[in-house]
Design a protein around this ligand. Structure first.
Ligand code: BV8
Length: 235
């Protein structure tokens, strides 16, 4: 596509579904197991830290048993070959985009494989069990780690960088997200405000489907590799 120079891609749980990672609002949804307010808010962590730690420990351990799928691989290939600006913003806290090789990647809701120390405020790579109250890898204080996850009511990471990229992009692509959570759900409107074309690829129409110039319905594992081939063909 000759007139496309700068791209912003937003992914949600749907891009990891075919890898076996549960989505939030599907029949196997994580929220089914727990109410959001019981596990994904700062208040929940104060009220019942053990429940919250176990919820994230389970998901962190699960990462060791799953692999990136064709959608993650295709997006990593686009990152490698795309000569213009490209920013992959993921709402996902799994490491599948990282393991597929995406470089220009921003985890706006944090990462399961990162620990945030409430004593020294440093974030460190972490892939063990946090409920066991291990010492901080940086300051070595015991029992002061929380999941490095953006909970409801907390400020997502990288918002300035994301807003700058949205203002510059010619194409905004949303993949595998229900469009239920803000500020991510509002990115399509920001991109349109600045004149970008907008494309949605999802199993079914998201809550913001009407904002998109084009919607392709289907599984990410099939739609995304086809789209990447299409966009790289005209480079
Ligand atoms: C903030 C980490 C402000 C946790 C997550 C009223 C109106 C507007 C906003 C609000 C409001 N009330 C409250 C708010 C703010 C709130 C919000 O948006 N609430 C919602 C519920 C209304 N937002 C926040 O609190 C955010 N912070 O606003 O801060 C602020 C300002 C200044 C200073 C301080 C603070 C923070 C939100 C981040 C919360 N953390 N994740 C964790 O992961 O445990 S959100 C969590 O749900 C995920 O990370 C993800 O981002 C989000 C949405 O999930 P999706 O990724 O979309 O997944 P979902 O299951 O919903 O959908 C999957 C989709 O994939 C489906 O459409 C399905 O059809 C599709 N699919 C399935 N399989 C496939 C597929 N597609 C393709 N292929 C397949 N195979």
């Amino acid at each position: 596509m000759k007139d496309i120079q700068n791209i912003v891609i937003l992914t949600g749980a749907g891009v990891s579904a075919e890898s076996g990672v549960a989505t939030f609002r599907g029949p196997d949804g994580l929220w089914e197991g727990h109410r959001v307010e019981d596990v994904a808010t700062p208040e929940a962590f104060v009220r019942d830290p053990d429940l919250v730690q176990k919820f994230y420990d389970e998901r962190r351990a699960k990462l060791k048993t799953v692999q990136p799928n064709a959608a993650h691989q295709a997006l990593a290939k686009l990152d490698e070959k795309w000569l213009g600006d490209l920013l992959l913003v993921t709402q996902n806290v799994d490491d599948l985009h990282d393991r597929a090789g995406s470089q220009r990647l921003l985890h706006m809701h944090g990462e399961l494989n990162s620990a945030w120390c409430l004593a020294c405020d440093v974030r460190s790579p972490f892939d063990e069990v946090m409920a066991a109250a291990p010492a901080c890898p940086h300051c070595h204080q015991p029992s002061c780690l929380r999941p490095d996850i953006v909970w409801f009511g907390e400020m997502p990471y990288g918002m300035e960088r994301i807003e700058h990229a949205l203002a510059q992009c010619d194409l905004f692509v949303s993949i595998g997200t229900s469009g239920a959570v803000y500020p991510a759900a509002g990115f399509v409107q920001t991109a349109r405000h600045y004149g970008a074309r907008t494309l949605e690829m999802n199993l079914d129409p998201s809550e913001g489907s009407f904002h998109f110039h084009e919607s392709r319905m289907g599984k990410a594992g099939a739609l995304v590799p086809d789209w990447v081939e299409e966009i790289l063909r005209d480079v």
